[in-house]
Design a protein around this ligand. Sequence first.
Ligand SMILES: NC(=O)c1ccc[n+]([C@@H]2O[C@H](COP(=O)([O-])OP(=O)(O)OC[C@H]3O[C@@H](n4cnc5c(N)ncnc54)[C@H](OP(=O)(O)O)[C@@H]3O)[C@@H](O)[C@H]2O)c1
Length: 342
Amino acid sequence: MRRAVQIAYLAAGRNQPNPYVGAVLVCKNSIIGEGFHHLYGQAHAEVNAIANVKAKNRHLIAESCLYVTLEPCFHFGKTPPCVDLVLKHQIKRVVIGCEDIFPQVAGQSIAKLRAAGVEVRLGVLEAEIKWLTRHFFSNVRLQRPYIILKWAMSKDGFFSKKGEKIQISNPLSQRLLHRWRGQEQAILVGKNTAEIDNPRLDGRFYADKNPLRLLIDENLSLLGKNLHLFDNQLATWVICKPEKAKSWENLDNLRYVGVEFGANFIPNLLAYLYQNNIKSLIVEGGANVLTQFLSLNLWDEARVFVGCDCLREGIAAPSIAPHLLVESFNLDHNQVQLFVNQ
Ligand SMILES: NC(=O)c1ccc[n+]([C@@H]2O[C@H](COP(=O)([O-])OP(=O)(O)OC[C@H]3O[C@@H](n4cnc5c(N)ncnc54)[C@H](OP(=O)(O)O)[C@@H]3O)[C@@H](O)[C@H]2O)c1
């Protein structure tokens, strides 16, 4: 099962909005096939694990034990049900890391396998696999994108100097951030960050995949400014009032997206993203936007870079209850703090 978890992560940033899933076929203590779910709409982990078995070993499939991180699917989605594939190959033992909470599965495959006489063991490495599958489970439970808040702050807790761009992260933390960017579907920033920092919001220092860039600009007041976000190079949505969105023509990569502003703006935006299949989001600031997500308790993880210098004044960084800190480590002179919203 550890191997199944390990290979499942190889899909990071590639198969969303589907979950990361790994599967391993073991016969007489040897792995004869393994696979993971690579890309949205393509073969699931179980299909790839079975296809991976060499011709000379195919007669061993029925004698093997299938280890799979998530309960096999029960329904026809973009591919046929994996539970039927397991039965077709007459696999007699299946070890499942975690039951799938997706309503169209939700234990039905486990029941079908058991009813057919397959020995099923459930709940192996369950905590690790719930973490592996956290984006998907959060989507199903909360019907909104998985939300990661990210910021950098000085050693004395400042986010930036008012109206200025300050570099807190170092080259190593930037590479880590760009890796994270490549693993999620979209990045959101507020209007002031776009104007003051002029970020590219891409993954150029690490990832080969760039997320969708999202900018909040209710009245399109930044239009016409020479900002990287308007370079039409990467997919970018400018979130504005519906009547403003209607008055501008979309370019190849630049779209004007109308969302109702006002007190419910953040929930409205999340609903729009979710309906448009954007199921994971990094919120990269500024403090104003991050604080809105924190005060609505609309976040799953926060990833914070703490610099080694003091700013002494400026915009105070958002704060998170210390008991939600799950990990911290150093990257050169930055400390990285990881929080999980329990
Ligand atoms: N340390 C870090 O990690 C980090 C990261 C990003 C940015 N920064 C720094 O942070 C500063 C900018 O942060 P900030 O807090 O001033 O601004 P911000 O969060 O980037 O943008 C806030 C602005 O976005 C618009 N906006 C946000 N939510 C809205 C809503 N619900 N409805 C309507 N409009 C909304 C508003 O523009 P209007 O008021 O014009 O309507 C608001 O003033 C910069 O100095 C930047 O360098 C630091």
